[in-house]
Design a protein around this ligand. Structure first.
Ligand code: XIL
Length: 661
């Protein structure tokens, strides 16, 4: 019996070992979220901006962040008059987008303050004003969005337990800078939880006593302080002692909360496996302590991957202080926190972000990864709300469900699975697969263009059922003289623009033009009602009046006519005023038998007429001449009364041009 239990224990240990790699269990934040516990880390901007593994791990494992340096004076305030919120905004936005809390670190510290401040020769009042302005600006900017601020950091000296008198703030303002900072922060965000933060403040000893005395005095003076941050920069091996509880309790008695704000456990290099197991105990202790100590509100570690830690550069010869190794693999310390959070036996959280795209007899599903999931069950129903049948189990976060019936609506949910079980179902989505198809529509669907002008209609292409082929477009049924162009001529997207251009002689009237699209073995059409109107045009006919002296015997007023399309009717009327000494002698034209000629009287105004005979057509041609001759005894003197009227029909439209010689 005893032996059998040992085997079971060994099996479980092996299983827990595998789980270091994050596949078999939920993340720290999932476990922490379930318990309402804050598990946090500081964030280093360089990997935050450049390493996806860093950001993914951060998002997956923590529900609280603090800027490693971003909120410090030298980062936020490059000069007296400028603030730079680029990094702080990025961190706060990231936290909000990922449902994380933010701690603010730090408003008053003797380190990482800018040179313009320390060497600025400011008076006490000026430094107080600068401090107030700084706190109101920074805390005010994130009012309601930062849960807790490390208002004053490391104000107590090592060893003697006195205030750090070498601090710029102490030297410029005196010890009152501490209460002032809390008052300014409270003024800026009355709901923020305000902390005094220090190292060696956690257990027993001169420093933690000094911290206790300081905050007790502040509380007694009515200064708005709410908590004490225990930085917890420890050296391996480290265990939580009774002294930690005693210290936490006396702070609780003052009405103060605590947070572990900067935990790391540095190991003298090189590190061996046993030291990593020792280190895990430190993290497990800290987690269990904070979970069980009623006034402990958060466990924040100072970074999470050994790839990015302040330890190697500040404590040469030490390293490996965090819970993921430099390759983002969880270390024993990670599993120890997880164990303390009770997270090992949990199924993954419910998958989020399920989306669906219908195709031809299929649908494509995708969803967000659920932390710690090893597979996902995809479940389907034809009834909204189920009951669902599991279609498949997949390791990835997408699935294409084929063999479906077009026109049927399918309802899907997804659950996440790991060795501990299955999550609840995701939110339901639905989709109706349809045959691959496309349709065309002209917009506008009726278009009027003048001769000599152009117009456009956008051909909208509606694709369905996953139809993605290119579609070659053409148009038929256009009136004579109208040309077309599609842009693009072969559409891979959802539209093409059709430009129609009517020549000056285009056939007028209204037609139904047919737009045809061909692609992927399908042909679809749309109708465009096109009207070509004469507009103010000439129908392609140029009329030029001229006065010529053609011979010694006569001269003439001439209409020169050029037409680019056939005329089905033509009437040219030329009226000449008689002037002294002029007699009228006749008329002619160069078109031979086509023109019926007539000469009217010899009255003061003489009208000459040229007409096409009924049924005659005058073909396209240039420089037809219709001449009204006057001769013999005088010269024609063009006057405003010498006029012409040319009326003709071309392309079914009748035009008139008038003028005078
Ligand atoms: C450290 C940062 O991690 C480093 O990147 C920086 O160079 C120095 O400061 N106590 C604190 C933190 O309150 O602000 C310190 O952070 C570590 C010690």
């Amino acid at each position: 019996m005893h032996i059998r239990i040992s085997w079971v224990a060994l099996f479980l240990l092996t299983f827990a070992g595998l789980s270091h790699f994050g596949f078999l269990q939920s993340s720290l934040r999932d476990s922490a979220d379930r318990r309402g516990f804050n598990i946090g880390t500081s964030v280093d901007m360089q990997p935050f901006r450049n390493e996806s593994a860093y950001v993914n791990t951060l998002r997956r494992e923590f529900n609280m962040i603090v800027g490693g340096n971003a909120f410090k004076w030298d980062a936020v305030r490059p000069s007296r008059t400028t603030f730079n919120f680029t990094d702080t905004d990025a961190l706060v936005s990231f936290a909000e987008a990922n449902n994380m809390k933010v701690r603010g670190h730090t408003l008053v510290w003797h380190n990482q303050i800018p040179g313009w401040l320390t060497s600025g020769n400011f008076t006490r009042d000026e430094v107080i004003a600068l401090l107030r302005e700084h706190i109101l600006t920074l805390v005010g900017r994130y009012r309601g969005r930062i849960v807790a601020w490390d208002v004053v950091n490391e104000a107590i000296d090592d060893g003697n337990g006195q205030l750090r008198t070498s601090s710029f703030w102490h030297q410029k303002i005196g010890p009152e800078y501490i209460r002032m900072a809390f008052q300014f922060a409270h003024e800026a965000d009355p709901n923020a939880v305000l902390y005094y933060n220090d190292y060696s403040a956690e257990g027993s000893g001169t420093k933690s006593d000094a911290v206790f005395n300081l905050v007790r005095d502040l509380v007694n003076q009515g200064v708005p302080i709410n908590g004490v941050g225990w930085q917890m920069h420890q050296i391996n091996p480290f265990r939580i002692q009774t002294a930690h509880r005693t210290n936490a309790q006396r702070l609780a008695n003052l009405g103060l909360e605590i947070s572990i704000t900067e935990m790391d456990v540095r190991i003298s290099l090189p590190t061996d496996a046993q030291e990593l197991e020792q280190q895990a105990l430190a993290y497990r202790d800290a987690t269990e302590f904070c979970l069980s100590q009623p006034n402990c509100k958060a466990l924040v570690i100072w970074g999470f991957t050994d790839k990015h830690s302040w330890i190697p550069s500040f404590f040469p010869g030490f390293g490996d202080a965090l819970i993921f190794d430099a390759n983002y693999q969880p270390k024993p310390a990670y599993s120890a926190i997880q164990t303390a959070l009770g997270g090992t036996a949990q199924p993954p959280p419910v998958p989020t972000g399920l989306s669906v795209t219908p195709g031809n007899a299929q649908v494509q599903l995708s969803w967000n990864a659920a932390a710690g999931a090893t597979s996902y069950n995809v479940k389907r129903s034809t009834t909204s709300g189920g009951p669902y049948t599991t279609v498949t189990s997949v390791a990835g976060t997408s699935f294409t469900n084929t063999g479906l019936t077009n026109g049927t609506t399918y309802f899907y949910v997804v659950s996440a699975v790991n060795a501990n079980g299955e999550s609840a179902n995701s939110t339901q989505v639905s989709a109706t697969p349809v045959a691959a198809n496309f349709t065309l529509a002209a917009n506008p669907s009726s278009l009027t263009i003048n001769r000599g002008a152009s117009g456009t209609s956008t051909i909208a292409i509606t694709r369905s059922g996953g139809f993605s082929s290119g579609i070659a477009l053409s148009v038929t049924g256009l009136p004579g003289g109208v040309t077309s162009a599609f842009n693009p001529a072969s559409a891979t997207g959802t539209s093409s623009v059709l430009t129609l251009t009517a020549s000056s002689t285009a056939t007028t009237g209204t037609v139904n033009a047919t737009i045809t699209g061909t692609g992927g073995g399908l042909t679809r059409t749309a109708t465009l009602i096109l009207t070509v109107s004469p507009g103010g045009g000439t129908g392609g006919v140029t009329v030029t009046p001229a006065v010529t002296a053609s011979s010694p015997w006569f001269n003439e007023e001439v209409i020169q006519l050029s037409n680019t399309a056939a005329l089905s009717s033509l009437s040219v009327t030329i009226t000449i005023q008689r002037t002294a000494g002029v007699s009228f002698s006749g008329q002619y034209n160069t078109i031979g038998g086509q023109i019926l000629q007539s000469n009217s009287s010899t009255s003061a105004a003489v009208t000459y007429q040229f007409n096409l005979a009924s049924g005659q057509m005058l073909g396209a041609g240039t420089n037809r001449v219709f001449a009204a001759q006057a001769g013999g005894s005088g010269t024609i003197h063009p006057a405003a009364g010498d006029t012409y009227v040319v009326t003709y029909t071309t392309g079914g439209v009748t035009f008139t041009q008038t003028g005078h010689f």
